[in-house]
Design a protein around this ligand. Structure first.
Ligand code: 2AM
Ligand code: CA
Length: 278
C-alpha cells in the first residue's frame, strides 16, 4: 500500500509544483495573515491546497485530509493525507528558491505520535528536487537512495533549525542557540521545515531541531529521515510535534537533546511567555 500512496503523492506534488512555479513567475502578494503579522498566506498557498484536496478526492475518495490552509476531511479508509501546499511561504514570497510542497499519507489517528507515516513526498518546484519515501522501502532524492552516514562529533556537526513566527519565542530560541553555537560547526536557518528533514536525510546537514511546528510541516519529512536510517524524537519524553522535534543520526540526537535540555531549551511552550503570540 505504501508504494501506491507514494506514487500518488509524487504525481500530485508535481502537479501542485507546476502550479506554484507558474504563479511564482507572475506577481505574488500576501493575501492574509494567520498567527501573527509575519505568518503569511498567499493566494497560491490556497490554490495549491485546493488542487491537492480535489485531486485526492477524485483519486482516493474516502481518505481523510488535513491541510495547513484549512481544508479538512475525516477518513473512512484509515488513510489521511497531511499536506502543506507551500512549506516555506516566506521564501516563496521573497522568491528565494527554497520552498516545497509537502505531502504525507498516514494511517491511524492523524496526529504526531499516533500516526504511522506510510508515504512522504517533499518537492521543491524551484529546483525540481523531489524527495520521496514509502514506509519500509527507503528514502530517495530522485533515483538516488539516501542513507545517513556516521555522524561527526558534536563540534563538527552542522545544525539546521528554524524560529517561530512569535517574536517572543524567537528571542527565547536565540538565547538557547547562543549557548549551543560555540559547540557545533555552525547553524543553517533555511526557512522550510520539510526541506530541513530532506537535508538531514540527504546528509546536507547533520542534525535538525525545531519547535512550534505543525503536523503538515513534518509528516512527510519525518519519513524521509527514518527511511534514511535516522531517528525522529520529541523534547523530554514527549512525542515529537509542536513542543519540539529532533531529526538525525541517533547518537547526535541523543547528544543535542541533552545539551538543549541543559540550557533550558526544553521549557514547555506554555511556560514561555508569548510563545504563540506576536
Ligand atoms: P510555513 O512556511 O508553511 O509557514 C520556518 O522555520 C519553517 O517552519 C517553515 O517550514 C514554516 O512553515 C514552519 N513553521 C510552522 N509553524 C511555524 C511557526 N509557528 N513559526 C515559524 N515557522 C513555522
Ligand atoms: Ca505552508
Amino acid at each position: 500500500m505504501s508504494t501506491e500512496l507514494r506514487d500518488i503523492a509524487t504525481k500530485l506534488a508535481l502537479e501542485a509544483g507546476e502550479l506554484i512555479a507558474t504563479r511564482r513567475a507572475g506577481h505574488v502578494e500576501v493575501a492574509n495573515t494567520k498567527s501573527s503579522d509575519v505568518d503569511v498566506v498567499t493566494a497560491v498557498d490556497q490554490e495549491s491546497e485546493q488542487l491537492l484536496f480535489s485531486r485526492l478526492q477524485e483519486l482516493r475518495p474516502g481518505d481523510g485530509f488535513v491541510g495547513e490552509e484549512g481544508k479538512a476531511q475525516s477518513s473512512s479508509t484509515g488513510v489521511t493525507w497531511v499536506v502543506d501546499p507551500i512549506d516555506g511561504t516566506v521564501n516563496f514570497l521573497y522568491n528565494i528558491p527554497h520552498y516545497a510542497v509537502s505531502i504525507a499519507a498516514v494511517t491511524g489517528e492523524p496526529s504526531p505520535g499516533s500516526w504511522q507515516v506510510e508515504a512522504g513526498v517533499v518537492y521543491n518546484p524551484a529546483t525540481t528536487e523531489l524527495f520521496h519515501a514509502a514506509r519500509g522501502q527507503g528514502a530517495y532524492l530522485g533515483q538516488r537512495r539516501l542513507q545517513i552516514g556516521t555522524p561527526p562529533p558534536m563540534n563538527l556537526a552542522l545544525l539546521a533549525t528554524g524560529f517561530a513566527y512569535s517574536q517572543a519565542m524567537r528571542v527565547e530560541q536565540v538565547r538557547v542557540l547562543s549557548q549551543i553555537i560555540g559547540e557545533i560547526r555552525d547553524i543553517r536557518r533555511m526557512g522550510t521545515a520539510s526541506l530541513d528533514f530532506a537535508a538531514v536525510a540527504a546528509g546536507r546537514v547533520d542534525i535538525y531541531f525545531e519547535r512550534t511546528l505543525s503536523p503538515w510541516d513534518h509528516a512527510a519529512g519525518e519519513l524521509l529521515v527514518t527511511e534514511a536510517g535516522g531517528v525522529i524524537q520529541g523534547i523530554r519524553d514527549l512525542p515529537h510535534g509542536r513542543e519540539g522535534i529532533f531529526a538525525g543520526h541517533p547518537t547526535l540526537v541523543t547528544q543535542l537533546k541533552a545539551r538543549i535540555s541543559e540550557v533550558g531549551g526544553d521549557t514547555l511552550l506554555e511556560d514561555v511567555p508569548g510563545w504563540g503570540l506576536e
